[in-house]
Design a protein around this ligand. Structure first.
Ligand SMILES: CC(C)(COP(=O)(O)OP(=O)(O)OC[C@H]1O[C@@H](n2cnc3c(N)ncnc32)[C@H](O)[C@@H]1OP(=O)(O)O)[C@@H](O)C(=O)NCCC(=O)NCCS
Length: 175
């Protein structure tokens, strides 16, 4: 799988992958317009010209961003690609100098393995205002908030300068 920043030609593939998993209740749905408008915030996994994995980073302010739409297609799960994608988006957050990232997820154990710790969604009112208040299952939500302080996680990950994702990012910027 080729892990790289998303391109405009990936929008449809991302849209299809995200909305397949939105129907399963794993992630929130996204429109193609939303994906296009936030394209620089997406990292994808591509295999044989097909988008088989994705993740995005939504910045709320200078101090906080959310990891969202983290998906590995069913046939590619369990091979470490999810962890690779999560590491790539953490590197991206570090590159953007965002000190704290969080996620709302049912895959708490998966995030914990990457250094995230349990949190409380009330710590993230920006998320509640943006998404949760409109969510049809808000009163029965089974997602757990997890967070990662990036300055404390430096021992877990490569510095941006050492990372392949960073290299890819710089390459894309220079194109
Ligand atoms: C979560 C997800 C991205 C993990 O991708 P992946 O490529 O399978 O992850 P990895 O191979 O790096 O890691 C697999 C490990 O994560 C664990 N894991 C996967 N999904 C999990 C979940 N929902 N809850 C707890 N652990 C989970 C697996 O059990 C496995 O553990 P093991 O190595 O001890 O067997 C993938 O399962 C997925 O796309 N799920 C549907 C979408 C989703 O729920 N996304 C999270 C929304 S924030």
């Amino acid at each position: 799988m080729d892990i790289r920043p998303a391109l405009i030609s990936d929008v449809r593939g991302i849209f299809e992958l995200v909305n397949l998993h939105a129907e399963l209740g794993d992630v929130l749905p996204r429109t193609q317009t939303q994906i296009k408008e936030s394209l620089s915030d997406w990292i994808v996994g591509s295999l044989n010209n097909e988008i088989v994995a994705c993740v995005s980073l939504l910045r709320y302010n200078n101090n906080l961003a959310e990891v969202r739409s983290l998906i590995v297609s069913d046939q590619m799960q369990g091979m470490g690609w999810g962890a690779t994608l999560l590491e790539a988006i953490i590197t991206e957050a570090k590159y953007r100098k965002i000190p704290k990232i969080f996620a709302l997820t049912r895959a708490e154990a998966f995030f914990k393995r990457a250094g995230f710790s349990p949190s409380d969604r009330s710590h993230f009112p920006e998320k509640i205002w943006r998404d949760c208040d409109q969510c049809p299952v808000k009163d029965n939500c089974d997602e757990i908030a997890v967070e990662l302080q990036l300055e404390k996680a430096s021992h877990l990950y490569q510095t941006p300068e050492q990372s392949d994702t960073f290299v890819l990012h710089r390459k894309q910027e220079n194109m």
